[in-house]
Design a protein around this ligand. Sequence first.
Ligand code: UDP
Length: 411
Amino acid sequence: MHLVETADRNLSAYDPYIDDRRRQTIREAADELAGERIGHVNSTASGGGVAEILHALVPLSVDVGVDVDWYVMDAPNEFYTVTKTIHNALQGDRAPFLDEMRETYRRVTRENAADLEEEYDTIVLHDPQSLGMAPLLAERFPETTLVWRCHIDLTAAATPYLEFVRSFLDPIDHTIVSRSSYGERLSDVAQTVVHPAIDPLTEKNCPLEELPDNAPDSDDYPFETDRPLIVQVSRFDPWKDPLGVVEAYRDVAASIPDVQLVLAGGMPDDDPEGMEVYREVAAETENDADVHLLTDLPDAGINVLQRSADVVLQKSFREGFALTVSEALWKETPVVGSNVGGIPLQIDDGTNGYLVEPNDVGAAADRTVQLLTDDELRPQLGRGGRETVRERFLLPRLLEDYLTIVVEEAD
Ligand code: UDP
């Protein structure tokens, strides 16, 4: 494992987004945790929602006086191939679960657990990738509280994979899930529902005027700003249904011929499928000059894109939460999203966007057309989205939730 460096954050900068009650709860929790050490462990420092959250949560916790470190696992590619299969099966795929896969997972997670030199009062293991560290950590550090933070939707998990996950839960003191239904098939261990959140001050989410002078702007990207634009920001992953997005866009183009589509996706280290899916989508769209695939954009570029979009799509088949939805809503861009996982926690149908069934490409296209052709509806839903995120999905609320859980477990 290795430590991840994060940029400083200062709680006072979040004043516009914190009321007095929340500020006080955070301060009291931080006081109670004085002298305690917390470690977070996940499998990548960049790309995907978990890394996004930890880059914000860790330095903000440090700023309020809590001693927090963040580790990323060291693992060979074969481990990520195995954990991607586990991830997919926990979301509902039915792949065979071979003994050598279990063996690779056990070996690498054990090696990482053996690697930890420092002692912590609480260790938060994120997602299935790091969960396998729990037994050895419990053996080596019996006094440490172990928390498993599962960010994915387990409701349709393939049974052998879910049983494998359950086999590591004995030493876990507390699990955190994004929706209560995700935890129903786990175990009797204490469980709390925590919704993820976005950081309003980062280059990804701040007003464009606050970006540095050398940050990209819409002229740096291949779409035209005076034509309608649909965007999906997501890893190139079958669960995010990029091909379904292309299909919906084509449906939209039948009635709005000058519409454009941007699919933006990074290539995180722990996602070996990404390149393959990217190639498939690129082959499908190579003859369409109005479809642009953009990879590895800087945060400011994602910001520009989510603000340039007239409609953001999130056409996923499964989605633990989908930070990308809150990111778009915060920028007053209405979202047409699938009615799965964390998306309906964020989209209130008709208030800040629309929910459609995940297989219903036609419905996604119809709602997109409705939004693109109604110049009053778009800003109205956009304002609704900003309010949703302001009330429920900003970083200070997440900080409060985490600190509260750690304090409760420490008592
Ligand atoms: N993201 C990014 N660049 C990309 C694609 C995604 O920075 O090209 C970010 C996106 O803005 C969001 C996170 O990666 O903050 C994805 O989180 P989400 O919860 O939507 O999905 P996950 O990847 O965790 O399944």
